[in-house]
Write a protein that binds this ligand. Structure first.
Ligand code: R5P
Length: 300
């Protein structure tokens, strides 16, 4: 078994390899003068179980083409199995044709991977209308979750928490986290008008007295969802707010905007950033160990 750190997950891959005590290699890539990708495996991969670790952020399409080149090259060079481990996997939000003529991005991406990947692990994939990874990938796909780590973080670091989910989709993780912590939770309502325009509203009374408000979401991207949530909470007099997310994409100055709005932000390290305090390498490493190939299970 060999772990290969692609450009989006170099330090995470190193940590996972340490946990697994397995062979590790950084994928060698370079760019031709015109921007084309050059990629090379520097050691023999034939008959090896290869795990490519790649997180898709920043230049997502470059990272995707890297995986496609890597997977196809491994196939050509007769690797025994090719597994993609994605701490953050992209394109899951465009899972249907909202308007005539649109690409259903996630279906196209899944098809591109079919030829070169045998199995995929994704940490907290954002599943909207697709109920399961089985509705997306034709090969075995395993969903891992970092919510237990968020629960542990809240239990050890935050006194009197009240969990807030910013929209109906967050219901499942807000409720499950609150139950494990043994605290209350509330879900707000969100209407999305475009990628940068959402409206969040609090339509019921919640008791925030002496509570530390913890907004929990899977992704913070532009930050508008969180900013709208903070606005609602401030209206009812909340002072102390902490936002915790799995995937901190933080584009267009999202982190600064949220801090300026008066909240502290914490994320997992599926995407490198300044507030990544929750390390997911153990959850990934341990799940790779306890799921031998023959027993790979799909998520519920
Ligand atoms: C959407 O349903 C997700 O759970 C997040 O709330 C969303 O992706 C956050 O995006 P943004 O930070 O751009 O509002």
């Amino acid at each position: 078994m060999r772990l290969i750190g692609c450009t989006g997950a170099v330090s995470l891959a190193k940590n996972i390899a340490k946990i697994l005590n397995c062979d590790y290699e950084k994928l060698y890539t370079n760019k031709f003068p015109d921007g084309e990708l050059y990629l090379r495996f520097q050691r023999n991969v034939s008959k090896e179980n290869i795990y490519l670790i790649q997180s898709f952020y920043g230049n997502i399409n470059d990272k995707l083409i890297e995986v496609i080149f890597a997977g196809n090259t491994l196939r050509d060079l007769c690797a025994k199995t090719i597994t993609l481990v994605a701490p953050y996997f992209p394109y899951l939000r465009q899972d249907k044709r909202f308007n005539y003529g649109e690409a259903i991005s996630i279906e196209i991406v899944a098809r591109l991977l079919e030829n070169c990947i045998d199995e995929i692990y994704i940490l907290d994939p954002h599943l909207h209308r697709k109920k399961s990874l089985r509705d997306i990938f034709k090969f075995p796909a395993v969903m891992l979750s970092a919510y237990p780590l968020i629960v542990d973080y809240i239990k050890s670091e935050i006194k009197n928490p009240l969990i807030i989910g910013p929209d109906e989709e967050s219901y499942k993780w807000a409720q499950a986290s609150a139950e494990k912590i043994g605290c209350d939770y509330a879900i707000l309502e969100k209407k999305r008008f475009s990628s940068r325009h959402v409206r969040v509203s609090l339509n019921k009374k919640i008791d925030v007295n002496n509570k530390t408000i913890v907004i929990v979401d899977d992704i913070i991207s532009t930050g508008h969802t969180i900013l709208e949530t903070i606005k609602n909470l401030k209206k009812i007099g909340v002072k102390k707010i902490i936002c915790i997310c799995i995937h901190g994409i933080f584009i267009e100055g999202a982190l600064e905007k949220i801090r300026k709005a008066g909240a502290k932000v914490i994320s997992c390290n599926t995407i490198p950033n300044n507030v990544a305090r929750i390390d997911v390498s153990r959850i990934i490493g341990e799940n790779i160990i306890i799921k031998p190939k023959k027993l790979v299970v799909f998520e519920q």
